[in-house]
Write a protein that binds this ligand. Structure first.
Ligand code: C5P
Length: 219
C-alpha cells in the first residue's frame, strides 16, 4: 500500500481543455495545456493518494500511477467525474469550454459561395458547480480554479460563492504573464477564511503546495 500524507485517500482531478465538435473535423477549444492539472496529479500520487485523472485532449503527457480517463467534451467530462465519485477531495483544474455547438454536423461542413455558416451555441454543464452543490456524495473538499484576465481576486471570491466550492485557486492568465501554456504559475488561494498569495513558482511547486494544504485539511 502507498504511504504518504494522502495514503488511503481518493483524489479526483480534472485537467486539460475540452474539445467541442462543430463537425467531424472541426472543434471549439482553448489554450489550456493541462500542465497544472497534471502537476497536481503527480504531486497527489507522490503523496500516496489514489488518483482518478479525468483529462481532455492536453498537450502534456498524462501522469503515471493514476486511473486515467480520457474525454473530449464537457459532457463526457461530467459523466466521467460522476462515475469516479466518491472522492475525499476533488480538484477541478480543467479549462472546460463554456459552450458547445448545439447540433454537431454529421458531415464536414462545406464552403458555399458567400454563405457563412451560423453556429448556434448551447451552454455546457458546469462540472465544478454540479459537484460542489451535491447534497449526497459531495467530496469533503472541492477545489476550483479561476483563470482571469482582470479583477482576479474579486472574480475568484464571487466564483467561490456562486459555485459552492470550498477553495478557489485564482490566477492571472492575461497575455504577457506567460502562465497559460507556460511552466510557471502565480496563484492566490481563496478560502472561506481569506486569501493567501503564493510567490510565482513552477507549476510543480504550486502543485506540491496545494497538495500539502489538501493533506492538512484531510488529516
Ligand atoms: O466559471 P469558470 O469557467 O471561470 O470556472 C473555472 C472553474 O470551474 C475551474 O475549476 C473549472 O475546472 C471549473 N469548470 C467546470 N465546468 C465548467 C466550467 C468550469 O468544472 N463547465
Amino acid at each position: 500500500l502507498a504511504d504518504g500524507p494522502l495514503a488511503g485517500r481518493h483524489l479526483l482531478i480534472t485537467s486539460g481543455p475540452t474539445h467541442e465538435p462543430i463537425d467531424p473535423v472541426r472543434y471549439i477549444a482553448n489554450r489550456s495545456s493541462g500542465a497544472q492539472g497534471t502537476a497536481i496529479a503527480r504531486a497527489a500520487v507522490r503523496a500516496g493518494a489514489q488518483v482518478t485523472f479525468v483529462t481532455g485532449p492536453a498537450d502534456v503527457p498524462p501522469p503515471e500511477g493514476v486511473t486515467l480517463v480520457r474525454v473530449e467534451t464537457a459532457r463526457q467530462m461530467l459523466d466521467a467525474v460522476e462515475a469516479a465519485l466518491p472522492a475525499d477531495a476533488a480538484v477541478f483544474a480543467a479549462a472546460v469550454a463554456d459552450w458547445r455547438v448545439l447540433s454537431e454536423a454529421g458531415r464536414k461542413m462545406k464552403k458555399q459561395d458567400g454563405a457563412l455558416p451560423q453556429l448556434e451555441l448551447a451552454e455546457n454543464p458546469d462540472i465544478l458547480a454540479t459537484v460542489s452543490q451535491k447534497t449526497e456524495g459531495r467530496p469533503g473538499l472541492v477545489v476550483g480554479f479561476a483563470a482571469e484576465t482582470h479583477d482576479v481576486l474579486d472574480n475568484a471570491r464571487a466564483k467561490r460563492l456562486r459555485k459552492g466550492c470550498d477553495w478557489i485557486v485564482a490566477n492571472d492568465v492575461s497575455e504577457g504573464t506567460g502562465i497559460m501554456g507556460g511552466t510557471e504559475n502565480a496563484v492566490t488561494l481563496v478560502t472561506s477564511e481569506g486569501e493567501e498569495s503564493w510567490p510565482r513558482a513552477s507549476k510543480d511547486v504550486v502543485a506540491e503546495q496545494l497538495i500539502d494544504r489538501i493533506a492538512e485539511v484531510l488529516a
